[in-house]
Design a binder for this molecule. Structure first.
Ligand SMILES: [Zn+2]
Length: 145
């Protein structure tokens, strides 16, 4: 399937990827109840080839969160991961961090305070494994004023 999201064209096979679904399920466990209420449907996660990068944006897109109101071809929430990352599936600091980032877009479509709070709280609840690759305990987030 080929779609366009704000001028960025993606090609992907719309076939479930059980390995990514399992990662997503384990990462969702890090998000709190309030966050999970915002998830109306489990996201479809697909490896995607980005064939037209964004104008003026980075040439390399790691991931992209998309909702059907952005693209009528999508039947629900989707997370696209750059297909060039597929060989790194077993490197959690790459794939898990990208998925954690895209899941945090359920909190906000922008990289604002709501997004960051969701991202950091989930990473903390998961003992920072997605970012560090192993658990980091006794860590405290201190807000900067
Ligand atoms: Zn983002």
């Amino acid at each position: 399937m080929e779609i366009s999201l704000k001028g960025v064209r993606f090609i992907f096979d719309d076939v479930p990827e059980p390995r990514l679904d399992a990662k997503c399920t384990s990462l969702l466990a890090g998000f709190d109840e309030e966050f999970r209420k915002k998830i109306t449907a489990f996201p479809q996660i697909r490896w995607a080839e980005i064939i037209t990068p964004p104008n003026g944006g980075p040439l390399f897109i790691v991931g992209r969160f998309a909702l059907p109101d952005e693209c009528p071809q999508l039947s629900g929430p989707y997370i696209f991961l750059n297909k060039t990352l597929e060989p790194f599936f077993n490197y959690p600091t790459i794939i898990d961090t990208a998925l954690l980032h895209e899941l945090s877009h359920f909190a906000s479509d922008r990289h604002d305070a709501h997004f960051m709070e969701s991202f950091l709280r989930a990473a903390d609840a998961l003992a920072w494994c997605p970012l560090i690759g192993k658990p980091v305990h006794n860590f405290t987030i201190v807000s900067r004023q």
